[in-house]
Design a protein around this ligand. Structure first.
Ligand SMILES: [Zn+2]
Length: 363
């Protein structure tokens, strides 16, 4: 089963295609943007584009190369995703184990192209990095370019225990082999090792429009979702196909937490605010970061409203009483500061308490 078609990101596609055709495409790219918007899918699209037999604005989708990439079967496209840490004792065996794990995941994705994100403990361990180096040192199988996609590059483990592996990775990205293209993806560039980040050309990607998410769900759900379910999910998805596809409890969880927090902050000091700030719900750092993203997004939406622009998603009504966007933009800044600190080692509970006070002051 081929991958579902790429949705949205038209401007980024145009820019990437233009530089690919002009021969100015950097050899190391870092795609950044929110979860579930198709960053790795866009990386595969780019792989298709540079390998396509017809050098056009878009990959033709029909030539042998395009079909192999879409079927995750092109010998020169290497897609690395986070995996569980290999258990073998011996280094070479660990690399083999990593190769098998990746092959297994690709096999799964061929069967079920709408995959779920890697679990929180998966990473790009030293074994994956050694495998990447091994593959990068080989020549092209098909005689054309080679494409290396490293999904969730923030999960590349810092390799203090193995300086030679770390140095080899840096050298690979600093002087990529001729014809090799590396595309790294991440939610947040600040979480990528600085030595790697500084070697990559950033490509910032954005949330999809509700219409794009809706279009995807109409075409790609199997069995087809009802119009009612689609509208429900689109409303909760915040421009992320991944969020729209998440079943049950998790759907819109980040947005609901963000709305509860905002409602409590607006209501002012009292039991609701204490409850909102005391919530122990953010067991995983990723959940906390997702809530902060949803918070910034909701405030941004309210700021649009305050500037008289149409609001694209539901926003707590009291936020819309602001006549000027200034306090909302200030609140967004506070959220972004907290977001930055959340990437470090600060306790989410402490951050949330401080953020709650800051927001109460400006809103
Ligand atoms: Zn093609």
């Amino acid at each position: 089963m081929p991958l579902p078609p790429l949705t949205g990101h038209l401007e980024a596609r145009r820019r990437l295609a233009r530089s690919a055709r002009a021969g100015t495409l950097p050899q190391v790219l870092l795609f950044t943007g929110p979860a579930g918007i198709g960053k790795q899918r866009l990386a595969l699209w780019l792989g298709q584009l540079v390998l396509c037999e017809h050098q056009d604005e878009e990959p033709c989708g029909a030539c042998r190369s395009c079909r192999l990439v879409a079927g995750l079967a092109h010998a020169d496209v290497h897609w690395f995703v986070p995996i569980s840490r290999p258990k073998a004792g011996d280094t070479d065996k660990q690399v083999d184990e990593a190769a098998e794990a990746l092959a297994g995941i690709m096999e799964e994705r061929r069967k079920r192209p709408l995959y779920t994100p890697a679990d929180g403990m998966a990473s790009h361990s030293i074994a994956s990095v050694r495998l990447l180096q091994r593959r990068a040192s080989l020549t092209s199988v098909e005689g054309g370019r080679r494409v290396f996609i490293i999904g969730e590059a923030d999960r590349l483990v810092a390799q203090e225990s193995s300086p030679e592996a770390a140095n080899a990775t840096l050298k690979l990205l600093e002087e990529p082999p001729a014809g090799a293209l590396f595309v790294l993806t991440t939610l947040d560039p600040r979480r990528v090792l600085p030595t790697i980040r500084s070697r990559a050309a950033p490509v910032r990607l954005h949330r999809l429009s509700d219409a794009e998410v809706r279009g995807f769900l109409r075409e790609q759900t199997d069995p087809r979702w009802s119009a009612e379910k689609i509208e429900e999910r689109v409303a909760l998805a915040g421009g992320s196909i991944g969020a729209a596809l998440t079943e049950g409890e998790d759907a819109g969880k980040a947005y609901r937490s963000a709305e509860q927090l905002l409602a409590a902050v607006i209501e002012g000091p009292g039991p609701a605010l204490e409850r909102a700030l005391g919530q122990p719900a953010f067991a995983a750092r990723g959940d906390f970061a997702a809530m902060l993203d949803a918070l910034a997004d909701t405030l941004g939406e309210a700021a649009r409203g305050a500037m008289g622009q149409p609001v694209r998603r539901s926003v707590p009504a009291p936020l819309l009483r602001h006549r000027s966007p200034a306090p909302l933009l200030l609140a967004m800044e506070k959220v972004n500061e907290a977001r930055e600190m959340a990437a470090g080692n600060v306790n989410p509970q402490v951050l949330l308490a401080v953020l709650g006070e800051d927001l109460a002051e400006v809103l």
